[in-house]
Design a protein around this ligand. Structure first.
Ligand SMILES: O=C(O)CCC(=O)C(=O)O
Ligand SMILES: [Fe+2]
Length: 262
């Protein structure tokens, strides 16, 4: 609307997306050097939050019973979630290609789903734990693994560059929620750290993809994988928290790709 019919929105000054995306790009970063350690240390003192420290360097924590029954029901609701699709990768030319790295089904939370009061409350709760505003997030990504499905080792923030022209910048935290118990298999494992976390209904795990001392550098120690589900199915949800305000960036049409600022 802003681009096609700006006069209607009294937004002629926004037609050229360069200035508005520059504004988004210049908004404060979600985490400054030192903030990740502080956030995790503070998390341990939050009353009513059950935090199990799985690793301190890099930080990996498990939050037992993080989700309420209402949130679990909501996140499992097909009407909210939309249809499952086989996970795919993008090739260099922006085309969708069959992924050899993963075999999972994926669905995304659309506008209706993201703006639902249950989602908004959930994002606000996670944001309080992380001390980051929910504007600094991607839409929820739902995952379903049936027997034999997996996701091989990968990093959630593989393409960090110091290119400040990305309005939404890169992923800094993964907040990963489990919606069910898996009878066998399906753990989330960090092969470099010898850590394996069993899915537990309603629990969440959290880790940073970047270093505390420099949140613009990927911490490859948090490379992780989803081990194959051996029995039953695994339902889970990703919420990625980003260094720039991804929600504003998307709403204003600023692509994830760098923009050539003049
Ligand atoms: O399913 C899991 O345990 C991990 C999923 C994951 O790493 C991802 O979606 O990026
Ligand atoms: Fe991942």
């Amino acid at each position: 609307m802003l681009e096609v019919c700006p006069q209607t929105c009294n937004a002629c000054h926004l037609v050229d997306k360069t200035p508005r995306c520059r504004q988004v790009r210049e908004m404060p970063s979600a985490v400054k050097p030192g903030a990740i350690n502080q956030t995790f240390e503070r998390m341990l003192r939050i009353k009513g939050l059950s935090v199990e420290v799985i690793s301190r360097d890099p930080w990996i924590v498990k939050l037992a019973n993080f989700l309420t029954q209402k949130e679990i029901d909501f996140l499992k609701d097909e009407q909210i979630r939309g249809p499952w699709k086989q996970a795919a990768d993008m090739d260099g030319g922006g085309n969708t290609v069959h992924s050899t790295n993963r075999k999972t089904e994926v669905a995304w939370c659309d506008c209706h789903c993201q703006n639902h009061p249950v989602s908004r409350r959930l994002f606000a709760r996670i944001g309080e734990v992380l001390r980051v505003h929910p504007h600094y997030t991607e839409a929820m990504q739902f995952l379903r693994y049936t027997e034999g499905m997996y996701y091989k080792p990968h990093h959630d923030s593989p393409h960090i560059s110091r290119n400040v022209n990305h309005a939404c910048k890169h992923r800094i935290y993964t907040f990963f929620m489990y919606l069910n118990d898996v009878p066998q298999g399906g753990a989330t494992a960090f092969p470099g750290l010898n850590i394996s976390i069993k899915p537990e209904r309603g629990s969440a795990i959290l880790w940073p993809s970047v270093y505390d001392h420099d949140p613009y550098v990927a911490d490859i120690r948090t490379i992780h994988e989803a081990l194959a589900v051996e029995k039953g199915e695994k339902l889970s949800v990703n919420v990625w928290w980003t260094q720039g305000p991804r929600v504003l960036s998307d709403n204003l049409g600023c692509d994830a790709a760098p923009i050539n600022f003049r």
